[in-house]
Design a binder for this molecule. Structure first.
Ligand code: DC
Length: 219
């Protein structure tokens, strides 16, 4: 069991999780981990092999054994190497955006990646963002947040990033799947980021963490 601090930040696509988590990690001196990147990395392999995750989930699970996803720490952030290669921009390609929720709903895929996510906290304090971090991956952490924003605001944010991501469909799949659906974890602090700037959201999280005794590192 980890003795390190885990700040869990969950929420739907484009709720601001990544930017907020990265900043909070930087302020606290913790490592930032995007669990979504792990699902994206494996989905990229599924794509390279040419599998249809809905038609052939068993083949997708079999591919897990042949896939090595390694996380290495660089500048307080975890980077992924997939079978020795950096997938780079392929992680936000249309194929990955369109298939990641279909891959992520396969129970054995989740089991394998949740194990890797838990391992991230064995070496260091982390801020991890995703969909089930506070509810399933680290249910015992006292530091849990759920970020949300209106659908209009989230679609605008995605478009501003130049990504034609079908977030409404992804959210539907992520929150209705049987295993570990997106939901507000017990004990999580909910923040609607629709009308807040990034510094305001970061301040809200740091304020709450400080009340719980977690303060920014002085280095
Ligand atoms: O955070 P993101 O948009 O990069 O995540 C991509 C997909 O990965 C998301 O639509 C669902 C899946 N995911 C998940 O099922 N569980 C997580 N903890 C993180 C992501």
């Amino acid at each position: 069991m980890s003795t390190h601090h885990v700040v869990a930040i969950d929420g739907p696509a484009a709720s601001g999780k990544s930017s907020v988590s990265r900043k909070v990690a930087e302020k606290l001196g913790y490592a930032f981990v995007s669990s979504g990147l792990m699902y994206r990395a494996f989905t990229w392999v599924v794509c390279e092999v040419g599998l249809d995750p809905e038609a052939d989930p068993d083949a997708v699970v079999a591919l897990l054994d042949k896939t090595k996803i390694e996380a290495s720490r660089r500048d307080n952030e975890l980077f992924l190497l997939v079978n020795g290669s950096d997938p780079g921009d392929a992680l936000t390609s249309d194929y990955v955006n369109g298939n990641v929720s279909k891959v992520a709903k396969i129970p054995d895929v989740r089991k394998a990646l949740v194990k890797q996510q838990r391992a991230c906290a064995e070496a260091t304090d982390i801020v991890m963002e995703g969909r089930d971090i506070g509810s399933v991956v680290f249910p015992d952490t006292p530091y849990k947040f759920y970020l949300d924003a209106s659908e209009v605001v989230r679609a605008r944010r995605r478009a501003a990033q130049g990504l034609g991501d079908e977030i409404a469909e992804r959210d539907r799949l992520d929150s209705t799947r049987k295993v570990s659906p997106l939901k507000v974890a017990d004990g999580a602090t909910k923040i609607d980021t629709s009308d807040l700037t990034l510094p305001q959201v970061v301040e809200a999280l740091l304020g709450q963490l400080s009340e719980q005794g977690v303060t920014p590192s002085s280095t």
